[in-house]
Design a protein around this ligand. Structure first.
Ligand SMILES: [Zn+2]
Ligand SMILES: [Zn+2]
Length: 203
């Protein structure tokens, strides 16, 4: 068997590109490089397997997402439309308070895209010459919370093995923690939730 393999000429055939693929011009589509003189074959550094993936929009070779501005905008619009199709399109006043304490837009370059007043957002867009989008997004408040059982559990880790079992009044600690958390201010965080698309021109 071994004798048969030794001396056998390895012939590498180019791959057949699929739609949205193109043969790699460095290795000619084989995925391997042959170095004359050194006589060894190494994998092509320009492609994974002889073919290059092409962007569906501009047909340039890409790895992952195409970074061309036009193509990025295309995917961004598509993503936005997908989100819109699932969202409740609302005027500001119809959005429940807990979802509009903060709002979010990709166009807003401050505060990681979060703002409290639509007016400020409109002003920002005008100042920065950004075309005013039709919608901004609702958010979800993430309050500060402390979990009694995980606090107790980690406190018991260094104690004797039945210590955790012997703990009582865990619910009282939880009540205390909830109350304590509620007294803190400036700690609530917000995260975009795409549940409501809030019309920018609405009050
Ligand atoms: Zn290649
Ligand atoms: Zn592209």
């Amino acid at each position: 068997m071994l004798e048969k393999l030794i001396g056998q000429k390895i012939e590498l055939l180019p791959k057949v590109p699929k739609d949205n693929e193109r043969l790699c011009d460095i290795c000619g589509g084989t995925g391997w490089l042959y170095e004359k003189g050194r006589g060894f074959i190494e994998t092509c550094h320009n492609c994974y397997n002889g073919v290059l993936q092409l962007c569906e929009i501009c047909h340039e070779p890409v790895r992952g997402m195409c970074m061309n501005e036009g193509c990025r905008n295309h995917w961004e619009t598509e993503r936005e439309n997908r989100l819109l199709s699932k969202a409740v399109i609302s005027s500001y006043k119809d959005v429940p308070n807990e979802h509009k304490e903060m709002m979010y837009s990709d166009d807003y370059q401050y505060n990681e895209g979060y703002f409290m007043e639509i007016e400020n957002f409109i002003e920002y867009c005008n100042d920065e010459d950004i075309p005013l989008p039709e919608y901004v997004w609702s958010t979800q408040k993430i309050p500060l919370s402390l979990d009694a059982s995980s606090i107790i559990e980690s406190a018991c880790e260094e104690l004797h093995e039945d210590a955790y079992e012997n703990i009582t009044k865990e619910d009282e600690l939880q009540e205390f923690l909830d109350d304590w958390c509620n007294q803190q201010s400036g700690v609530d965080s917000y995260s975009v939730n795409y549940k409501y698309a809030i019309r920018v021109d609405s009050k």
